[in-house]
Each structure stands twice: as C-alpha cells, then as structure tokens.
Design a protein around this ligand. Structure first.
Ligand code: ADP
Ligand code: NA
Length: 331
C-alpha cells in the first residue's frame, strides 16, 4: 500500500467516546510509526453549531490531551488545532467554489444534524464537507483513517479533487482514500441501535466516554439496550440483532479479536454475564488513558506548547501548497 501522507481530525465538542477511540484514534496510534501523519483538532467544524467560547477553548485542550493520552506521539506526528493554520479556511473557499450545490444536498450527515429545521441551520453546517475536503487537500493527503460515518464526506473530497484537476487541466490533488479499519468502524448508541454513538447525542447513557469512571462504564453497559436471547455462537447469528452486534463488535475491537473469535468464547452466554466481561475489558483499556488525560490536563501550558509546535509544522507544509493552488486558480 503506498500511503504518502495521512490526515485525520476530531471535533472538540463534548467528550471523546468509545466510537471516536475505536473508529479513529486507536487506528491513528497504529499508523503513526510507519507514515507521515497529521492529526487535527477541528475547532472550525465545531462552530458550525454554536459553542460556548470558554467551553470550546477547554474542549480543544481536553481533546488534545485525549489524543496524547491514547498514545499519539507529537514527535512522530503533526498534532495541531485547525484554526491555527489559516490555509484550511482559505482552501475551503476554493472548495466552496468547486463543489456543486447538488453534491452538498446529498450529504446525509447534514440532513441528520439539521433535522426538520433546515432553514435555520447555519451555512457553515451545510458547507462543512467542503471545509473537510480542504483539511485533507491542503496537505495533499493520500489516506484518511476515519469511522464509517465519514465515508460519504471522503467521496465528496474525491469529487472536489477530481473537478478541480479537470477544471484547471492539472494533475494536482490526489484522489484521497478512506482507511476504515478494525471491528468497530461504526459504534452504535447504547440506547438506540439505529443511531451511531456520538458526542452530540443528548443522552449521556448513549455513549461510553473516554473519561468515564469504572462505575459509570458498568452502569451504562448494564442499562445498554439488548434483546432477550443469549449471545449467538456465530457471526451470522448477529443478523437482525443490532444491539448484540454492536456490543460484540465493541468487545472484539477492545480485545483485538474478530467477532467470530469473541462468539466462539461467549456464545450462549446471557447478556448479563457478557456485559460484566465487557465492562472489565472497557475499564482495562480506558482507565490508563483516563489517568494520563487527567495528568496532562493539570498542565495546560504543556498542551498549548504541543499545539503551537504542531501549528508551525502544519503551516510549513500547507502554505506552499496554498501558493500553488492560488497560482493554478489565478488568484
Ligand atoms: P462525533 O460524531 O462524535 O462528533 P467526530 O465527528 O469528531 O465525532 O469524529 C471523529 C472521528 O471519530 C471520525 O473519524 C469519525 O469517523 C469517528 N467516529 C465518530 N463517531 C463514531 C462511531 N460511532 N463509530 C466509529 N467511529 C466514529
Ligand atoms: Na508518523
């Protein structure tokens, strides 16, 4: 696999959760030694929905602490905050002019987030995928490790890259590929098997946060929705059982096993027993991250220093690429 450069991001809104960890962050940690990687706290995406300024500022540091605590090494990667690299927003304007209204109208995440009140959604929320395309293309990133929920946005990024290349008769932007890795690429809500686990879900019982205590994790898993049957013996037995499939997928990802291997072990168990095992496993993975996050948050100056260094390195890559883009476009 020829991967030249990896980019990915996470929003500083609310708590990092198990979906962020298993769908994205853990994979970033695994890629960091072998590839050139840029990992970004995307604060400009966060403000597509109103954020309390002090809370947002705190969340930028907390998410950065979460990434560091999960094992991202700021020496091996460029770790930075989006708004400190102005070229993202500058290229986003060009992307706004390349992308078509019809393409954006098809984005399912906008429909979900805007809900019934589309007329009252911010223009930023609608144009969000163009900023995401700019985040990626400003580094000419070839691969983007994300959860399944971002697949459609990655397709839009490729469409924008391709149209730009065609419109200007250049072979400039790569056609970026998503990297959707592991057994938990779409972790679902613990309360509703049809919704993904998300920071923006109002119910705290819908997700396991990376900062939850052992007791909270136990309570949330105890309350997690399931069906009355015991766990199946085979992966096929998970068909039509979204809650069971979700919990088994989470277990598999946390234990670094396949779903089949997990079911070979726990098939036939009632959920009550399985939930206890899953609690112990989740606590054993999350507790050390949690402890390290708290240690890092005690020294915000050190977190800010990491972000400043990352911004300098990210700007150094982005600025010459932006200059080339402006040159191509005639700006
Ligand atoms: P959220 O929807 O919780 O605000 P972000 O938009 O900040 O999450 O996404 C950060 C990363 O986490 C992305 O790569 C996204 O694909 C991944 N991710 C978010 N939610 C999930 C989930 N429920 N399952 C798997 N991956 C997820
Ligand atoms: Na690296």
């Amino acid at each position: 696999l020829s991967m030249n450069r990896i980019f990915s991001g996470v929003q500083p809104t609310g708590n990092l959760h198990l979906g962020n960890y298993l769908g994205a962050i853990r994979n970033w940690v695994r890629l960091q030694s072998d590839y050139e990687c840029l990992f970004c706290v995307v604060d400009q995406h966060a403000i597509t929905v109103w954020q309390d300024p002090a809370t947002l500022r705190h969340a930028i540091r907390e998410v950065t602490a979460g990434l560091l605590a999960a094992g991202l090494d700021p020496k091996k990667n460029v770790l930075f905050n989006q708004s400190t690299v102005p070229a993202h927003a500058q290229l986003a304007w060009v992307c706004n002019c390349v992308a078509r209204m019809g393409w954006l109208n098809r984005m399912t995440q906008f429909k979900e987030k805007a809900g019934k009140n589309r007329e009252n959604a911010s223009v930023g929320l609608f144009a969000y995928p163009n900023l995401m395309a700019a985040d990626i293309l400003i580094y000419k990133a070839t691969h983007v490790p994300v959860g399944e929920d971002q697949k459609q946005h990655l397709e839009l990024t490729r469409d924008i890259a391709q149209k730009f290349n065609n419109d200007y008769g250049v072979d400039f932007f790569p056609l970026t590929e998503p990297l959707i890795l592991g057994e938990a690429t779409r972790v679902m809500s613990l309360r509703d098997g049809s919704k993904k686990m998300s920071k923006s879900d109002e119910s705290d019982f819908s997700r396991i946060n990376m900062t939850d205590t052992a007791d909270t994790i136990a309570q949330k898993l105890k309350k997690a929705k399931t069906d009355p049957e015991p766990l199946p013996e085979t992966v096929e037995g998970l068909d039509g059982r979204p809650e069971a499939a979700n919990l088994v997928g989470i277990y598999a990802a946390l234990a670094d096993l396949t779903r089949a291997e997990v079911l070979a072990r726990v098939g036939g168990q009632p959920f009550s027993a399985f939930k206890n095992e899953l609690t112990d496993l989740a606590v054993s993975v999350l507790q050390p991250i949690n402890t390290e996050m708290a240690r890092l948050m005690a020294d915000p100056g050190a977190i800010d220093a990491v972000l400043r260094d990352g911004a300098e390195r990210a700007n150094a890559i982005a600025q010459p690429i932006l200059a080339d883009i402006y040159d191509i476009v005639g700006l």
